[in-house]
Design a protein around this ligand. Structure first.
Ligand SMILES: C[C@](O)(CO)[C@H](O)COP(=O)(O)OP(=O)(O)OC[C@H]1O[C@@H](n2ccc(N)nc2=O)[C@H](O)[C@@H]1O
Ligand SMILES: Nc1ncnc2c1ncn2[C@@H]1O[C@H](COP(=O)(O)OP(=O)(O)OP(=O)(O)O)[C@@H](O)[C@H]1O
Length: 315
């Protein structure tokens, strides 16, 4: 008999230090070399018991802004039905326990600090957190490998937030190899109003680059990470999806320019965008870059976060 009243898991956002994208595959996905880096912008997912059962094991889901109003517009765009990636994660854990009838129904509460549809894998992070939280709530006994396999069924970005740190993703991004990264990096993220659809950004990429070569890793980026050298890392950052995101949102060009003018060591679109990411030389420099971005009025908000940080953690 369980004595738990709630289980909460904290989970980080990601930024992609390299995103090399191959040509479209027959299944519609793209092979990637995807260097994931977990940053200290955290969502929290809390599981509690629910009185009633809907169709599945997840009987209800709520979403709150964890930033005190800064993400109000974002949170309003998050689905609260069974399509939410965190609810789907709960159903997969229930399935592994023998089906929804084999577990007591739960309610999920998502407290979000990660921008929605911002290219920082917020929904994927919530799904990873829900896998860990439901595994604990139902005493399901799933191993890390079991959870990684369930994560890959939910989306290409879901496995990484289970690990956190820095890792290279291959395949469609879900086959992960951790990378030793001794440095502590100071990041600034310029949030945009409205999200970008990941499939639309990949489709724009296919239009812009119909003859894309197979994706390849970047030894210079790996050497910069091994050395913990922010300046070298800043020069090696790359994102093949950036031209596609800029085609869909030309105004992001001025955001990148503003961060560069404030002395950022690297300025790029995060994943599929529209969040723009900037590497700073120190925590103070990050605060100054964030101030310059906010003053420019070209972004919705600018936030600072260090990396890397651990993956989904039970609180
Ligand atoms: C852009 C990134 O965020 C970089 O980390 C990810 O590649 C996207 O990962 P995600 O949001 O988890 O994406 P999924 O839910 O797996 O796929 C959504 C859609 O994105 C496109 N997609 C995604 C991953 C991939 N390797 N190739 C793709 O073409 C496909 O159109 C797919 O239907
Ligand atoms: N828990 C969730 N949080 C946010 N969005 C969710 C969630 N579950 C489903 N979604 C849906 O997924 C879409 C993409 O949201 P998400 O925040 O994961 O985007 P993203 O950060 O750009 O993803 P990625 O970087 O993995 O491509 C949203 O527009 C929303 O409709």
């Amino acid at each position: 008999m369980t004595t738990k009243t709630a289980v909460t898991v904290r989970v980080p956002a990601k930024v992609n230090l390299q995103l090399a994208v191959g040509p479209a595959r027959e299944d519609g996905y793209h092979d990637l070399v995807n260097v994931f880096h977990a940053v200290a912008l955290f969502d929290e997912v809390t599981v509690t018991g629910a009185d009633s059962r809907a169709e599945g094991a997840c009987a209800g889901l709520g979403v709150e802004d964890a930033t005190g109003g800064g993400l109000a517009g974002h949170v309003a765009r998050v689905p609260v039905d069974g399509t939410n990636l965190a609810a789907r994660a709960a159903e997969l854990v229930a399935e592994a326990c023998g089906g929804p009838g084999a577990v007591a129904p739960v309610r999920l509460l998502l407290r979000k600090a990660i921008p929605v549809a911002g290219g920082m894998a917020g929904g994927s992070a919530d799904a990873a957190a829900a896998l860990v939280a439901c595994n604990a709530w139902w005493d399901a006994g799933l191993t890390r490998e079991d959870l990684l396999a369930l994560a890959a069924r939910l989306g290409s970005d879901v496995a990484f937030p289970l690990l956190g740190g820095t890792a290279v993703g291959t395949g469609r991004g879900e086959v992960l190899t951790p990378v030793e990264s001794p440095g502590r990096y100071h990041w600034v993220f310029a949030l945009a109003e409205g999200g970008l659809s990941t499939p639309e950004v990949f489709a724009a990429y296919d239009r812009l680059r119909p003859e894309a070569p197979a994706p390849a890793g970047d030894p210079e980026l790996m050497a910069a990470l091994a050395a913990g050298d922010a300046r070298r890392l800043g020069a090696a950052l790359s994102n093949d999806l950036q031209p596609a995101a800029l085609e869909l949102r030309p105004e992001l060009g001025a955001v990148l320019e503003c961060g560069r003018a404030a002395g950022a060591l690297g300025a790029f679109v995060s994943g599929s965008g529209p969040t723009c990411a900037f590497l700073a030389a120190s925590a103070d420099h990050a605060a100054a870059v964030a101030g310059a971005l906010e003053e420019s009025g070209r972004c919705e908000r600018a936030v600072t976060a260090h990396g890397d940080v651990p993956g989904a953690t039970l609180l």
